[in-house]
Design a protein around this ligand. Structure first.
Ligand code: FES
Length: 571
């Protein structure tokens, strides 16, 4: 057996080894430093990340499994991001969380890591970190919450907040009733119960091979979560013994499986930037176009909010991810491995669909060609995405006049103005919301509809933005437009009244303005002057180094891996 990484700290009789051991003893077993694997539990539990607040309990089950298998478990609290709490947007901090976790994994005497995440950015940041430090790693997703009810109806958190608040704006629900629903929205520990970003990233992490198959999607209140956490603790010790690292088993085929899963479950568009960033850390060549090429022909099999009807506890009851993947087994890479050492496809044989209203059979898909479409054209030469399954079919081919907002504040100030020149054929354009422009690429692309359209009964129009969209939102929304306006994209040149053409079948997004005129407008793109460059701190580092959404919005110097080596002794 090769010498453990932790032995670089603990083995020997010199003063440094003495110090490393002595300060860590504090009740550890007497043989803790005699070659037993030391396993960090990268724990994103935090009272300010309410979706992850139960992860300390999960951590105890992981710990028990690690001890049982002969390892030494070590709780490592990591930067945690509460999607609903942190300002200006959790995405601004994803790369910071990933960098901090990566550095702490590398800096400490550990041989492997279990990653505890849940809320939207936590699993992506943990996986980015694990990919870059390349130590054996397994994810435990914290699981969705129990479904709450309001006036006898199940509430999809996130999705129903948008729906109920739009009803208030449309005058069909009183503000008092809206506020009464607040205490029913979050019924238990766990993350959002729709097919939002948290559910999506948990399931996609499993399809990627980084979660024990069958675990992702297990509700936070379900005792099977703790059982699988215990099993994960045992398995990580085995992974360390076998030296099975992310770089050793994650391949392009793993990402193929993740993209197929993303399409079949109707997952969040946010998974695109997160998977691109994780692949970038691993040095695996995954591009935006892969999402279209691999995913767009995959059938949508899962009828979950925001686009559909059911919620995550229904999904798990109906068979969960493995039942979905069994239906599309022929589209998966049969060689792509999981943390178990076996291919993902080997884990599908016993899976069954128990409720065909929630999970459809392959022969009866909800939509035959789901997935994410990648659009290009002079308005998005670097690409933009749309989720056709969440869009209105009659708007997928559309030509309309632009109504332009230079910032979120500008949009809020104008959107309900009775004099706003907008109708149901208009195209709302919101810019200044990309990684650099906001900064942090917030989830604002699904901008609210103008009140006067809501009052007419209009529920969807085409919207275009260089930002992201909440995984719990829906509508005909073109997002992640690249290059973003703040990076000099054509989006910065659009003016009120310009014609915009969207043709999803042709994968086109065009600003119908002659090139000569666009060139004349370019020096006068006054809107860009409004983007203030942050003076110091993380925001400064972020704006100076963040890449476009088309490659995952990572920082340029964080792409790739540094491995687990620390070249110098501790002093
Ligand atoms: Fe945490 Fe939705 S706010 S998952």
């Amino acid at each position: 057996m090769a010498e453990r990484r932790s032995a670089e700290w603990y083995a020997g009789t010199d003063r440094n080894a003495y110090i490393h051991r002595a300060w860590m003893r504090r009740g550890l077993p007497h043989d803790a430093f005699d070659g037993r694997p030391h396993i960090a539990i990268a724990n994103s539990a935090s009272d300010l990340t309410p979706c992850n607040s139960h992860l300390n309990e999960v951590m105890e089950s992981v710990k028990a499994g690690i001890y049982e298998a002969g390892g030494i478990p070590l709780n490592l609290p990591v930067v945690s991001l509460g999607e609903t709490q942190v300002r200006p947007t959790a995405m601004l901090w994803r790369n910071m969380a990933a960098m901090a976790t990566e550095e702490m994994l590398r800096a400490n005497p550990i041989d492997g890591v279990v990653l505890l995440g849940g809320c939207d950015k936590t699993i992506p940041s943990l996986l980015m970190a694990a990919a870059s430090v390349d130590l054996p790693a397994i994810v435990v997703p914290g699981g969705p919450m129990k479904t709450g009810t309001f006036r006898g109806q199940a509430l999809g958190c996130g999705t129903d907040v948008w729906r109920l608040s739009e009803e208030v704006r449309a005058g069909t629900l009183s503000e008092e009733e809206f506020l009464t629903s607040e205490s029913s929205m979050i019924a238990s520990k766990g993350h959002c119960n729709t097919m939002g970003t948290a559910s999506t990233m948990a399931l996609v992490a499993e399809a990627l091979g980084t979660v024990i198959p069958g675990l992702a999607g297990t509700p936070a209140v379900d005792s099977r979560l703790l059982e699988s956490s215990h099993e994960t603790g045992r398995l990580i010790v085995d992974l360390v013994e076998r030296d099975r690292r992310p770089s050793g088993f994650l391949t392009k085929g793993s990402f193929q499986n993740a993209i197929v899963a993303l399409a079949a479950i109707g997952g969040s568009t946010n998974a695109v930037v997160h998977l691109l960033a994780i692949a970038g850390r691993l040095g695996i060549d995954v591009t935006l176009d892969d999402f279209d090429a691999i995913g767009s022909g995959v059938p949508l099999l899962v009828n979950l909010q925001p686009a559909g009807r059911f919620l995550m506890d229904d999904f798990q009851r109906a068979g969960g991810l493995l039942a979905v993947l069994r239906e599309v087994k022929d589209l998966l890479d049969p060689t792509a491995l999981t943390v178990t050492g076996r291919p993902l496809v080997d884990h599908l044989d016993d899976a069954r669909i128990w409720d065909h209203e929630v999970i459809s059979a392959r022969e009866k898909p909800l939509i035959p060609d789901a997935g994410i479409a990648v659009l290009r054209g002079n308005l998005a030469p670097g690409g933009a995405i749309i989720k056709p399954a969440a869009a209105s079919p009659h708007l997928l081919r559309h030509r309309g006049r632009a109504v332009v907002f230079d910032s979120i504040e500008h949009m809020h100030a104008r959107i309900d103005d009775p004099d706003l020149d907008v109708d149901e054929s208009s195209v709302l354009v919101l810019r200044g919301c990309g990684p650099k422009g906001y900064p942090g690429m917030p989830e604002v692309a699904n901008m609210p509809l103008p009140k006067k359209l809501l009052e007419k009964g209009v529920r969807d129009i085409v919207r275009i933005c260089d930002g992201r969209m909440s995984g719990t939102a829906y509508g005909t929304v073109v997002l992640h437009v690249t290059p973003e306006a703040a990076a000099g994209g054509t989006l910065a040149l659009v003016q009120d009244g310009d014609w915009i053409v969207l043709d999803v079948a042709q994968r086109l997004l065009t600003l119908d303005v002659p090139r000569g005129e666009l060139n004349q407008r370019r020096p006068n793109r006054a809107t860009l002057d409004g983007y203030a460059t942050p003076r110091r701190g993380w925001e400064r580092l972020y704006v100076d180094h963040v890449l476009g959404a088309d490659t995952g919005a990572d920082l340029d110097f964080l792409v790739g891996s540094s491995g687990d080596k620390v070249s110098r002794e501790s002093h």
